[in-house]
Design a protein around this ligand. Structure first.
Ligand code: AHR
Length: 489
């Protein structure tokens, strides 16, 4: 029996809804054939955007979408993606499969997508191969309401009203695919580029500087030292790779050792956040600058027979558990984390949605975002779960939890049982108001279970009637390899 304690009398800060953000790059079938079918498509769409995909993303309350990359962002020239589609300049997507990019999905289409999703756009500019004027003009094009050359160009392209823009990334992975810069070089470039990103009218940009690759703490230190007053956010990228970058390991074919190794590596994000936050705290004790984990997720070998440059992978309960512990960790660090973006929304890496022609399925990771959606903009509560270490040579906690209180006073607890074989009996004590009503939903299957186009509902959310109210809380059994949402009123 494991004790779970939720202290409803101890609020620990607001969990930004943007922690539940997503990322979509011009990569493989994420944008084309994923989010965007094109206006002439037989697949049901609104202005070219797939309706089944937008419906599903709205259900998990997608709060923000980052675009157009990724590595693609530092090769992307936004003016190639506006105006009459047949006249748009083509390019080769050299990072991702060497395919021809026809630029039919550009700024107008992305803003339309965000408007259909009801989410905040997060645009990532090109610092690696683009110019200062080019980046500056993109912001003007999107956010200046009128009387400027870019506002006039936008109007000529059919949109007189400015869209408005909050989140803007100044380059991506500039220590790697975004120009192979040193921290010092990028810091100087950041200072210059951000100078010309203007606030038009009432629009206020939230400028995000490129941050570290995993545990590169020196990068964070240099950025904070040189640029802190000029940025609103600093990014961090971390991918969970079971093996190494040459042999990452299969998305579905893994053994028990690899299962726990993956979860251990997913949990490592907690250590990264703590260490980067400590450096940020030194330069920014008020925590004005947000840490944006704007790329995270599991990265496995591509599915056999698919283009290696398309990063298409299946998604199992192992991925769902990796997502659950990561989101619990983000909640726990909501004082510093202002946004996080899972890589990548559809058909790429740890996607929440997979498509095949007109067919679409929801992955186990999608269901985790569904189970966690109540945390968005809620208040983090102190929580503790008594647990043991499992996993042998890859020790991970058996149980993992976070809890929050919503605006209406309801408490949401998300708990994962990481064991691939043992159920856990949980005895919860709530310090706070007496429980009037309790509901629970969960996913629970074998570690390798996944949804396929033959069996799209192998993993799905089920109501759990086994949660019982006790004298000072509740008790329930968390089966092996499960993720729970428990809501108390
Ligand atoms: O998400 C795939 C790639 O991973 C992104 O393009 C890049 O930023 C990162 O290395």
């Amino acid at each position: 029996m494991s004790k779970l304690i939720i202290n409803a009398n101890r609020p620990l800060g607001k969990i930004s809804r943007f922690i539940y953000g997503h990322f979509s790059e011009h990569l493989g079938r994420c944008v084309y054939n994923g989010l965007y079918a094109g206006e002439g498509s037989a697949i049901p769409n609104v202005n070219g955007i797939r309706s089944d995909v937008t419906d599903a993303l709205r259900k998990i309350k997608i709060p923000a979408l980052r675009w157009p990359g990724g590595c693609f962002a530092d090769e992307y020239h936004w003016k190639d993606g506006i105006g009459e589609k047949s006249k748009r300049k083509k390019m080769i997507n050299t990072h991702w499969g060497g395919v021809t990019e026809d630029n039919s999905f550009g700024t107008h289409e992305f803003m339309e997508l965000c408007s259909q999703l009801g989410c905040e756009p997060y645009v990532n500019g090109n610092l690696g191969s683009g110019g200062v004027a080019e980046m500056s003009e993109w912001v003007e094009y999107i956010s200046c309401s009128g009387g400027s050359p870019m506002a006039e160009l936008r109007a000529e392209n059919g949109r007189s009203e400015a869209w408005g823009l909050k989140f803007f990334g100044v380059g991506n992975e500039n220590w790697g695919c975004g120009g192979n810069m040193t921290a010092e070089r990028y810091a100087d470039e950041y200072r210059r580029y951000q100078t010309y990103l203007r606030d038009y009218g009432a629009n206020r940009l939230y400028k995000v500087a490129c941050g570290a690759n995993g545990g590169d703490y020196r990068w964070t230190k240099v950025m904070m030292e040189k640029c802190a007053p000029m940025m609103d956010g600093l990014s961090l990228h971390y991918y969970t790779v079971c093996g190494d970058w040459q042999n990452k390991g299969g998305a579905v074919n893994f053994n028990e050792e690899e299962y726990y190794r993956t979860l251990k590596k997913a949990l490592f994000i907690g250590e990264l956040i703590e260490n980067h936050s400590r450096i940020m705290d030194f330069y920014d004790p008020e925590r004005r600058i947000g840490l944006l984990v704007d790329e995270w997720g599991t990265w496995h070998d591509v599915e056999p027979g698919t283009n290696p440059g398309f990063l298409y992978q299946q998604n199992t309960m192992r991925d769902a558990l990796a997502a659950a512990v990561t989101l619990n960790i983000f909640n726990g660090h909501c004082g510093r984390i202002s946004m996080a973006n899972l890589a990548q929304t559809v058909n790429v890496l740890q996607a929440v949605i997979l498509t095949e022609g007109e067919k679409m399925l929801l992955t186990p990771t999608y269901h985790v975002f569904d189970l966690f959606k109540r945390h968005q903009d809620a208040t983090l509560l102190e929580s503790y779960v008594e647990t043991k270490l499992i996993g042998g040579v890859n020790p991970v906690p058996n149980l993992h939890v976070s809890a929050s209180k919503g605006e209406t006073g309801s408490i949401c607890i998300t708990l994962a049982n990481l064991s691939c074989s043992e159920d856990s009996l949980v005895d919860a004590h709530i310090a706070g108001p007496a429980i009037k009503k309790i509901t629970a939903r969960h996913i629970c299957e074998k570690p390798r279970s996944h949804n396929s186009f033959i069996n799209p509902n192998a993993v799905r959310i089920k109501d759990n009637a086994g949660v019982k109210i006790t004298r000072d809380g509740f008790s329930f059994t968390a089966p092996a390899c499960s993720v729970f949402e428990i809501v108390i009123n």
